[in-house]
Design a protein around this ligand. Structure first.
Ligand SMILES: Cc1cc2nc3c(=O)[nH]c(=O)nc-3n(C[C@H](O)[C@H](O)[C@H](O)COP(=O)(O)OP(=O)(O)OC[C@H]3O[C@@H](n4cnc5c(N)ncnc54)[C@H](O)[C@@H]3O)c2cc1C
Length: 397
């Protein structure tokens, strides 16, 4: 059973309007299957490889149907518009979840629970510890709303993937310098020093990752409401900038965008193990890995200013995610997957992208299924058994 608080599946992949799918893991995971499903019918679409690695484009509307069919075909009972509001506890064991439904609260008992809420909602309800943001000041990565523009003249328009991209405009000026100039001149909003223009599956379209708001407590609904108003105003200013200053974008218009707050960082649950800075920087491997060769840059959108913290995103080497990073410390019956797993602020800035998150979800699902079948808790399932089951599914470990 899958309980989702909003009205469609996918999280940031659909309602968050996030694109492209970034990061990589070793072959054979569900990330391969999902990306193939999302790209089916778009075989001629451009492939983009940048410093970010292979950027996998997607159509957010199509993705909603792809994910709904995937779950239906697999026999998953999907609850929509059903936010989890509490954990059902038996001592220190999570024995299910309470979901809010239009008919009222519903208690669901479960032999194993996976918390993939991004915020670690179930884990914290169950009493798990958590950390937020940088160790020094708790500051988190900024919020953003992504959106697509269409009406882009493909014969003249650039694409630009980030503040390290030296792509030039026909005038000879680097696009990133134009963005900085327009930010300094007040045409672009505060802290918006780069307007990233990612290609999509469709010519004449770009996915724009630019808006930015720092210092938002993304666990506070009223702060989210204020942020939404501010970020939507920023979208208008970014589009005005594109129309006025970027060749090929004179007639662009907003086609679609995020329908939910674009939150990069909230709780990181304290788990039996943590993905560390050294894991990501040195590419460490472990015998109890359930995700192998995860990779993405250490990409910290600046919590206190524009662009990236640390100047640019920093290098990473393919690393392993250990089973213990999915097991909330002191809590039984529960796994975490996605951006809320155990890890440091800097490591999170790498594993939070969507390909590693998909692979973690698969690993957590396999572990939960083994625990349920054996009538035991996820912690009691040896990582070797999870690895064996993943390997038999074709996952390279
Ligand atoms: C603006 C922005 C730009 C980004 N850019 C990129 C990019 O270009 N490429 C990339 O790969 N990654 C990017 N990321 C990062 C990436 O999208 C996320 O880190 C990743 O999607 C996290 O996956 P997740 O499954 O942990 O969380 P999510 O994708 O947020 O999924 C969590 C799901 O749980 C649901 N949920 C939450 N609480 C509850 C509850 N209480 N009850 C029931 N359901 C609940 C949510 O509605 C959602 O469906 C970006 C993130 C943001 C915010």
């Amino acid at each position: 059973m899958l309980a989702e608080r909003f009205g469609c599946l996918g999280g940031n992949l659909t309602i968050g309007h996030v694109s492209p799918i970034l990061g990589s893991v070793a072959p054979g995971t569900m990330a391969d299957e999902l990306r193939a499903l999302l790209e089916a019918g778009h075989e001629g679409a451009p492939q983009t490889v940048t410093r970010n690695g292979q950027e996998r484009h997607l159509d957010h509307e199509e993705a909603k149907g792809v994910l709904a069919r995937l779950c239906a075909d697999a026999g998953v009972t999907v609850l929509l518009c059903a936010p989890v509001v509490d954990a059902v506890m038996e001592g220190s064991r999570v024995a299910g979840a309470v979901v809010d439904t239009p008919k009222g609260l519903r208690k669901i008992r479960a032999r194993a629970v996976v918390d993939a809420t991004g915020d670690g909602r179930v884990a914290t309800a169950a009493g798990a510890g958590f950390r937020i943001g940088r160790d020094a000041d708790g500051a988190t990565q900024p919020m953003s709303l992504e959106f697509d523009v269409d009406g882009v003249d493909e014969s003249r328009a650039i694409a630009a993937w980030g503040g390290s991209d030296p792509v030039k405009l026909p005038s000879g000026e680097e696009y990133r310098e134009l963005c900085k100039r327009m930010n300094a001149a007040g045409e672009l909003p505060e802290n918006v020093t780069i307007v990233r223009l990612h290609r999509t599956l469709h010519p004449g379209e770009r996915c724009v990752n630019a808006t930015q708001l720092n210092g938002v407590d993304a666990l506070d609904p009223s702060a989210l409401g204020r942020a939404d108003a501010e970020l939507r105003a920023q979208i208008d200013r970014c589009v005005a900038f594109l129309r006025r200053h970027v060749p090929g974008y004179e007639r662009c218009r907003v086609k679609s965008g995020a329908s939910a707050p674009g939150v990069r960082e909230t709780r990181r649950i304290v788990c039996d193990a943590a993905v560390t800075d050294a894991d990501v920087e040195e590419g460490r491997h472990y015998a109890d890995a359930v995700v192998h060769d995860a990779w993405f840059l250490i990409d910290i959108h600046n919590p206190t200013g524009g662009g990236q913290a640390e100047g640019h995103s920093q290098p990473a080497r393919p690393y392993d995610i250990r089973y213990g990073a999915l097991l909330p410390a002191g809590v039984e019956g529960l796994l975490v997957a996605g951006r809320c797993i155990g890890g440091t602020h800097r490591a999170h800035a790498s594993y939070r992208v969507m390909t590693p998150c998909m692979a973690m979800g698969e690993a957590a699902g396999v572990a939960a299924a083994l625990a349920a079948a054996r009538g035991t808790t996820p912690r009691a399932v040896p990582s070797a058994d999870i690895r064996d089951k993943l390997a038999r599914r074709g996952v390279a470990l």
